[in-house]
Design a protein. Sequence first.
Length: 391
Amino acid sequence: MNSGFTCIACRMIFSSNDMQKAHYVSDWHRYNLKRHTVGMPPISLEEYDTKVAVFKTVPEPESSSHFCTPCSKSFSSQNTYDNHCKSKKHVEELNRTKKKGPHQPRKKKTAGSVVGETKEEEKEEKMEVEDNEEGKEETPKEEEEEVDSDSESWHTDYGSDEEGDEDINLNETEALPISSCLFCHKESSSLESSLDHMKTRHDFVIPDRQFCIDKEGLMEYLCLKVGAGRMCVFCPERRAGFPTIDAVQQHMVAKQHCRIDRSAEAMIELADYYDYEALYEDIESKTSGNSDDDGWTLVLPSGAKIGHRSLLRFYRQHLKGVDYDGKKGRLAIEKAKGVYSALAWTGCTGVAAHRVAKDLHFVARVRRRFELRVGVRSNKLFKSQGRYGDN
Protein backbone atom coordinates (compact mmCIF):
# COMPACT_ATOMS: atom_id res chain seq x y z
CA MET A 1 0.00 0.00 0.00
CA ASN A 2 1.33 3.41 -0.96
CA SER A 3 1.81 5.61 2.12
CA GLY A 4 2.61 8.74 0.14
CA PHE A 5 6.21 9.06 1.45
CA THR A 6 8.43 8.57 -1.62
CA CYS A 7 11.80 9.61 -3.10
CA ILE A 8 11.73 10.19 -6.85
CA ALA A 9 15.52 10.36 -7.22
CA CYS A 10 16.08 6.96 -5.56
CA ARG A 11 12.69 5.44 -6.55
CA MET A 12 11.92 4.42 -2.96
CA ILE A 13 8.71 4.24 -0.87
CA PHE A 14 8.76 4.82 2.89
CA SER A 15 6.24 3.86 5.53
CA SER A 16 6.66 6.97 7.66
CA ASN A 17 7.70 10.57 7.45
CA ASP A 18 10.67 10.05 9.77
CA MET A 19 12.18 7.42 7.49
CA GLN A 20 11.79 9.75 4.52
CA LYS A 21 13.56 12.61 6.35
CA ALA A 22 16.40 10.32 7.42
CA HIS A 23 16.82 9.18 3.80
CA TYR A 24 17.02 12.73 2.49
CA VAL A 25 20.13 13.48 4.61
CA SER A 26 21.98 10.29 3.64
CA ASP A 27 24.95 10.14 1.26
CA TRP A 28 23.18 7.56 -0.90
CA HIS A 29 20.35 10.03 -1.62
CA ARG A 30 22.80 12.81 -2.44
CA TYR A 31 24.66 10.52 -4.86
CA ASN A 32 21.45 9.50 -6.67
CA LEU A 33 20.32 13.11 -6.73
CA LYS A 34 23.50 14.07 -8.62
CA ARG A 35 22.97 11.17 -11.04
CA HIS A 36 19.37 12.28 -11.57
CA THR A 37 20.56 15.82 -12.32
CA VAL A 38 22.77 14.61 -15.19
CA GLY A 39 20.11 12.21 -16.52
CA MET A 40 21.55 8.93 -15.19
CA PRO A 41 19.44 6.21 -13.53
CA PRO A 42 19.68 5.72 -9.75
CA ILE A 43 21.54 2.84 -8.10
CA SER A 44 20.49 0.67 -5.17
CA LEU A 45 21.87 0.90 -1.67
CA GLU A 46 23.92 -2.30 -2.15
CA GLU A 47 25.61 -0.92 -5.29
CA TYR A 48 26.36 2.34 -3.49
CA ASP A 49 27.98 0.53 -0.55
CA THR A 50 30.13 -1.50 -2.98
CA LYS A 51 31.36 1.66 -4.71
CA VAL A 52 32.24 3.24 -1.37
CA ALA A 53 34.18 0.14 -0.26
CA VAL A 54 36.14 0.01 -3.52
CA PHE A 55 36.97 3.71 -3.27
CA LYS A 56 38.32 3.32 0.26
CA THR A 57 40.63 0.44 -0.75
CA VAL A 58 42.37 2.54 -3.45
CA PRO A 59 45.50 4.19 -1.91
CA GLU A 60 45.59 7.95 -2.00
CA PRO A 61 48.23 9.47 -4.30
CA GLU A 62 51.25 10.85 -2.55
CA SER A 63 51.66 14.58 -2.28
CA SER A 64 53.32 16.08 -5.33
CA SER A 65 55.10 18.76 -3.32
CA HIS A 66 58.81 19.22 -3.91
CA PHE A 67 61.21 20.22 -1.19
CA CYS A 68 64.60 21.90 -1.59
CA THR A 69 66.85 20.86 1.28
CA PRO A 70 69.61 23.51 0.94
CA CYS A 71 67.08 26.37 0.81
CA SER A 72 64.50 24.70 3.12
CA LYS A 73 61.65 25.53 0.73
CA SER A 74 58.77 23.43 -0.58
CA PHE A 75 57.15 23.88 -4.00
CA SER A 76 53.77 22.72 -5.22
CA SER A 77 54.69 21.94 -8.84
CA GLN A 78 57.61 20.47 -10.73
CA ASN A 79 57.94 23.55 -12.95
CA THR A 80 58.32 25.88 -9.97
CA TYR A 81 60.87 23.53 -8.42
CA ASP A 82 62.90 23.38 -11.65
CA ASN A 83 62.93 27.17 -11.94
CA HIS A 84 64.12 27.41 -8.35
CA CYS A 85 66.96 24.96 -9.00
CA LYS A 86 68.16 27.13 -11.91
CA SER A 87 68.11 30.36 -9.92
CA LYS A 88 71.23 32.15 -8.68
CA LYS A 89 70.09 32.07 -5.06
CA HIS A 90 69.75 28.27 -5.10
CA VAL A 91 73.22 27.82 -6.63
CA GLU A 92 74.76 30.18 -4.07
CA GLU A 93 73.00 28.41 -1.20
CA LEU A 94 74.09 25.04 -2.57
CA ASN A 95 77.73 26.13 -2.75
CA ARG A 96 77.52 27.63 0.72
CA THR A 97 76.08 24.38 2.07
CA LYS A 98 78.88 22.33 0.53
CA LYS A 99 81.50 24.56 2.18
CA LYS A 100 79.87 24.69 5.61
CA GLY A 101 78.70 21.08 5.73
CA PRO A 102 75.24 19.51 5.85
CA HIS A 103 72.36 21.91 6.10
CA GLN A 104 70.69 22.16 9.48
CA PRO A 105 66.90 21.84 9.33
CA ARG A 106 64.85 24.80 10.34
CA LYS A 107 63.00 25.01 13.58
CA LYS A 108 59.28 24.38 13.61
CA LYS A 109 57.26 27.40 12.69
CA THR A 110 54.61 28.82 14.90
CA ALA A 111 51.11 29.45 13.65
CA GLY A 112 51.64 33.20 13.72
CA SER A 113 54.73 33.15 11.53
CA VAL A 114 53.42 30.79 8.83
CA VAL A 115 51.32 33.41 7.03
CA GLY A 116 54.10 36.03 6.87
CA GLU A 117 56.76 33.55 5.75
CA THR A 118 54.47 32.10 3.09
CA LYS A 119 54.05 35.53 1.50
CA GLU A 120 57.80 36.12 1.63
CA GLU A 121 58.44 32.76 -0.05
CA GLU A 122 55.98 33.62 -2.84
CA LYS A 123 57.79 36.92 -3.45
CA GLU A 124 61.15 35.14 -3.48
CA GLU A 125 59.86 32.59 -6.00
CA LYS A 126 58.71 35.39 -8.31
CA MET A 127 62.08 37.11 -7.98
CA GLU A 128 63.85 33.83 -8.76
CA VAL A 129 61.80 33.35 -11.92
CA GLU A 130 62.67 36.92 -12.98
CA ASP A 131 66.35 36.21 -12.29
CA ASN A 132 66.18 33.21 -14.61
CA GLU A 133 64.63 35.29 -17.39
CA GLU A 134 67.18 38.06 -16.94
CA GLY A 135 70.01 35.52 -16.94
CA LYS A 136 69.24 34.60 -20.53
CA GLU A 137 69.75 38.18 -21.71
CA GLU A 138 72.44 39.46 -19.38
CA THR A 139 74.27 42.61 -20.35
CA PRO A 140 78.07 42.64 -19.91
CA LYS A 141 79.17 44.45 -16.78
CA GLU A 142 81.43 46.76 -18.74
CA GLU A 143 78.52 48.07 -20.81
CA GLU A 144 76.41 48.60 -17.69
CA GLU A 145 79.20 50.56 -16.04
CA GLU A 146 79.59 52.70 -19.15
CA VAL A 147 75.87 53.50 -19.16
CA ASP A 148 75.92 54.41 -15.48
CA SER A 149 78.98 56.62 -15.87
CA ASP A 150 77.46 58.42 -18.84
CA SER A 151 74.21 59.07 -17.03
CA GLU A 152 76.03 60.40 -13.98
CA SER A 153 78.32 62.66 -16.00
CA TRP A 154 75.41 64.26 -17.86
CA HIS A 155 73.24 64.76 -14.75
CA THR A 156 72.95 68.39 -13.75
CA ASP A 157 70.64 69.70 -11.07
CA TYR A 158 69.82 73.38 -11.10
CA GLY A 159 67.18 73.14 -8.42
CA SER A 160 63.48 72.42 -8.60
CA ASP A 161 61.34 74.83 -10.56
CA GLU A 162 57.72 75.73 -10.17
CA GLU A 163 54.94 74.11 -12.17
CA GLY A 164 55.28 74.39 -15.93
CA ASP A 165 58.96 75.35 -15.78
CA GLU A 166 60.92 72.18 -16.57
CA ASP A 167 64.22 71.74 -18.36
CA ILE A 168 63.84 70.95 -22.05
CA ASN A 169 66.24 68.34 -23.36
CA LEU A 170 66.57 68.37 -27.16
CA ASN A 171 68.06 65.55 -29.18
CA GLU A 172 70.54 67.12 -31.59
CA THR A 173 70.23 64.18 -33.99
CA GLU A 174 66.63 65.23 -34.76
CA ALA A 175 67.56 68.81 -35.68
CA LEU A 176 66.93 70.08 -39.19
CA PRO A 177 69.95 70.48 -41.48
CA ILE A 178 71.34 74.00 -41.48
CA SER A 179 70.77 74.25 -45.24
CA SER A 180 67.10 73.25 -44.88
CA CYS A 181 64.18 75.67 -44.81
CA LEU A 182 62.56 76.17 -41.42
CA PHE A 183 59.06 76.48 -42.86
CA CYS A 184 58.91 73.89 -45.67
CA HIS A 185 60.76 70.84 -47.00
CA LYS A 186 63.03 72.83 -49.31
CA GLU A 187 66.66 71.61 -49.28
CA SER A 188 69.32 74.11 -50.40
CA SER A 189 72.98 73.69 -51.23
CA SER A 190 74.26 76.19 -48.64
CA LEU A 191 73.13 78.37 -45.77
CA GLU A 192 73.09 81.56 -47.86
CA SER A 193 70.87 79.99 -50.52
CA SER A 194 68.56 78.73 -47.79
CA LEU A 195 68.31 82.22 -46.30
CA ASP A 196 67.57 83.66 -49.74
CA HIS A 197 64.81 81.09 -50.23
CA MET A 198 63.25 81.84 -46.82
CA LYS A 199 63.40 85.59 -47.48
CA THR A 200 61.80 85.30 -50.93
CA ARG A 201 59.27 82.57 -50.16
CA HIS A 202 58.42 83.16 -46.49
CA ASP A 203 59.56 86.78 -45.83
CA PHE A 204 62.00 85.55 -43.17
CA VAL A 205 64.97 87.77 -42.31
CA ILE A 206 67.52 87.70 -39.50
CA PRO A 207 66.78 90.72 -37.28
CA ASP A 208 69.66 93.18 -36.82
CA ARG A 209 71.85 91.16 -39.11
CA GLN A 210 74.64 93.74 -38.82
CA PHE A 211 74.99 92.91 -35.10
CA CYS A 212 74.70 89.13 -35.51
CA ILE A 213 78.18 87.73 -34.74
CA ASP A 214 77.31 84.03 -35.15
CA LYS A 215 74.89 83.61 -38.03
CA GLU A 216 75.54 79.87 -38.40
CA GLY A 217 75.09 79.31 -34.66
CA LEU A 218 71.80 81.22 -34.74
CA MET A 219 70.47 79.12 -37.62
CA GLU A 220 71.67 75.90 -35.97
CA TYR A 221 69.74 76.87 -32.84
CA LEU A 222 66.59 77.62 -34.85
CA CYS A 223 66.94 74.31 -36.74
CA LEU A 224 67.30 72.52 -33.41
CA LYS A 225 64.30 74.33 -31.99
CA VAL A 226 62.06 73.46 -34.96
CA GLY A 227 63.38 69.96 -35.69
CA ALA A 228 64.09 68.47 -32.27
CA GLY A 229 61.89 70.67 -30.08
CA ARG A 230 59.05 71.10 -32.62
CA MET A 231 58.65 74.68 -31.45
CA CYS A 232 57.57 77.75 -33.32
CA VAL A 233 60.33 80.35 -33.82
CA PHE A 234 57.91 83.16 -32.93
CA CYS A 235 55.60 81.70 -30.25
CA PRO A 236 56.64 81.60 -26.60
CA GLU A 237 58.55 78.43 -25.81
CA ARG A 238 56.06 77.04 -23.30
CA ARG A 239 53.10 77.19 -25.66
CA ALA A 240 54.75 75.62 -28.71
CA GLY A 241 54.44 71.87 -28.26
CA PHE A 242 53.65 70.16 -31.60
CA PRO A 243 53.63 66.41 -32.30
CA THR A 244 55.49 66.51 -35.64
CA ILE A 245 57.72 68.80 -37.67
CA ASP A 246 55.04 69.13 -40.36
CA ALA A 247 52.59 70.36 -37.72
CA VAL A 248 54.87 73.14 -36.48
CA GLN A 249 55.74 74.19 -40.05
CA GLN A 250 52.06 74.37 -41.00
CA HIS A 251 51.41 76.41 -37.86
CA MET A 252 54.13 78.95 -38.68
CA VAL A 253 52.91 79.35 -42.27
CA ALA A 254 49.22 79.58 -41.33
CA LYS A 255 49.75 82.02 -38.44
CA GLN A 256 52.34 84.10 -40.34
CA HIS A 257 54.95 83.24 -37.71
CA CYS A 258 57.78 82.92 -40.24
CA ARG A 259 59.79 85.49 -38.31
CA ILE A 260 61.69 86.00 -35.07
CA ASP A 261 60.01 87.86 -32.24
CA ARG A 262 61.73 91.24 -31.73
CA SER A 263 60.45 91.76 -28.19
CA ALA A 264 62.99 92.13 -25.38
CA GLU A 265 61.98 88.85 -23.73
CA ALA A 266 62.42 86.90 -26.97
CA MET A 267 65.70 88.54 -27.97
CA ILE A 268 67.27 87.65 -24.61
CA GLU A 269 66.98 84.02 -25.72
CA LEU A 270 69.22 84.83 -28.71
CA ALA A 271 71.63 87.13 -26.85
CA ASP A 272 74.58 84.75 -27.34
CA TYR A 273 74.46 85.31 -31.11
CA TYR A 274 74.41 89.15 -31.06
CA ASP A 275 76.83 91.90 -30.07
CA TYR A 276 75.49 95.44 -29.61
CA GLU A 277 78.74 96.98 -28.31
CA ALA A 278 78.57 99.71 -30.96
CA LEU A 279 75.37 101.06 -29.41
CA TYR A 280 76.41 100.75 -25.76
CA GLU A 281 78.12 104.17 -25.54
CA ASP A 282 74.88 106.00 -26.14
CA ILE A 283 73.02 103.64 -23.82
CA GLU A 284 75.42 104.16 -20.88
CA SER A 285 74.76 107.90 -20.82
CA LYS A 286 70.97 107.48 -20.89
CA THR A 287 70.63 104.58 -18.45
CA SER A 288 69.29 105.57 -15.08
CA GLY A 289 71.37 104.79 -12.01
CA ASN A 290 68.59 102.89 -10.22
CA SER A 291 68.96 99.42 -11.70
CA ASP A 292 68.35 97.33 -8.59
CA ASP A 293 65.49 94.86 -8.76
CA ASP A 294 63.27 93.69 -5.90
CA GLY A 295 63.93 90.00 -6.55
CA TRP A 296 60.57 89.36 -8.22
CA THR A 297 60.38 91.61 -11.28
CA LEU A 298 63.22 92.98 -13.41
CA VAL A 299 62.24 96.13 -15.34
CA LEU A 300 64.30 96.64 -18.50
CA PRO A 301 65.18 100.11 -19.79
CA SER A 302 62.61 99.76 -22.57
CA GLY A 303 59.86 99.22 -20.02
CA ALA A 304 59.54 95.46 -20.51
CA LYS A 305 59.27 93.38 -17.34
CA ILE A 306 60.85 89.99 -16.66
CA GLY A 307 59.13 88.20 -13.79
CA HIS A 308 60.37 85.56 -11.37
CA ARG A 309 59.62 81.94 -12.27
CA SER A 310 57.55 81.47 -9.10
CA LEU A 311 55.06 84.03 -10.50
CA LEU A 312 54.71 82.14 -13.78
CA ARG A 313 51.05 81.31 -13.22
CA PHE A 314 50.19 84.99 -12.97
CA TYR A 315 52.23 86.06 -15.99
CA ARG A 316 50.50 83.38 -18.06
CA GLN A 317 47.14 85.06 -17.61
CA HIS A 318 45.90 86.83 -20.71
CA LEU A 319 43.27 89.38 -19.74
CA LYS A 320 41.17 91.00 -22.42
CA GLY A 321 41.60 94.73 -22.80
CA VAL A 322 38.77 97.22 -22.55
CA ASP A 323 40.30 100.00 -24.68
CA TYR A 324 38.59 100.01 -28.08
CA ASP A 325 40.07 103.21 -29.53
CA GLY A 326 42.77 103.43 -32.18
CA LYS A 327 45.71 102.92 -29.82
CA LYS A 328 45.76 99.18 -30.41
CA GLY A 329 46.03 99.62 -34.16
CA ARG A 330 48.81 102.17 -33.85
CA LEU A 331 50.77 99.89 -31.51
CA ALA A 332 50.47 97.06 -34.03
CA ILE A 333 51.81 99.31 -36.78
CA GLU A 334 54.75 100.41 -34.64
CA LYS A 335 55.52 96.78 -33.84
CA ALA A 336 55.38 95.83 -37.53
CA LYS A 337 57.89 98.56 -38.33
CA GLY A 338 60.43 96.92 -36.06
CA VAL A 339 59.69 93.36 -37.24
CA TYR A 340 59.69 93.50 -41.04
CA SER A 341 62.71 94.77 -42.89
CA ALA A 342 60.57 95.71 -45.90
CA LEU A 343 58.21 97.97 -43.93
CA ALA A 344 59.57 101.36 -42.80
CA TRP A 345 63.18 100.09 -42.56
CA THR A 346 65.38 102.68 -40.85
CA GLY A 347 68.74 100.94 -41.16
CA CYS A 348 70.91 99.21 -38.60
CA THR A 349 70.40 101.94 -36.00
CA GLY A 350 66.61 101.86 -35.96
CA VAL A 351 64.34 102.20 -32.93
CA ALA A 352 63.96 98.45 -32.51
CA ALA A 353 67.71 97.84 -32.58
CA HIS A 354 68.33 100.51 -29.94
CA ARG A 355 65.61 99.10 -27.73
CA VAL A 356 66.93 95.53 -27.96
CA ALA A 357 70.53 96.65 -27.41
CA LYS A 358 69.52 98.61 -24.32
CA ASP A 359 67.67 95.65 -22.83
CA LEU A 360 70.45 93.16 -23.56
CA HIS A 361 73.05 95.49 -22.09
CA PHE A 362 71.00 95.86 -18.91
CA VAL A 363 70.49 92.10 -18.59
CA ALA A 364 74.23 91.53 -19.12
CA ARG A 365 75.05 93.90 -16.26
CA VAL A 366 72.62 92.16 -13.92
CA ARG A 367 74.01 88.78 -14.93
CA ARG A 368 77.61 89.89 -14.29
CA ARG A 369 76.72 91.11 -10.81
CA PHE A 370 75.00 87.81 -10.02
CA GLU A 371 77.95 85.78 -11.32
CA LEU A 372 80.33 87.90 -9.25
CA ARG A 373 78.34 87.27 -6.06
CA VAL A 374 78.18 83.53 -6.74
CA GLY A 375 81.90 83.39 -7.60
CA VAL A 376 82.96 85.17 -4.41
CA ARG A 377 80.72 82.95 -2.32
CA SER A 378 81.95 79.74 -3.97
CA ASN A 379 85.69 80.46 -4.13
CA LYS A 380 85.92 81.66 -0.51
CA LEU A 381 88.53 84.34 -1.22
CA PHE A 382 88.81 85.48 2.41
CA LYS A 383 91.75 83.91 4.24
CA SER A 384 92.44 84.61 7.88
CA GLN A 385 96.04 85.82 8.44
CA GLY A 386 95.94 85.55 12.20
CA ARG A 387 96.96 88.32 14.61
CA TYR A 388 100.00 90.43 13.71
CA GLY A 389 102.47 91.77 16.24
CA ASP A 390 102.46 88.70 18.47
CA ASN A 391 106.08 87.57 18.96
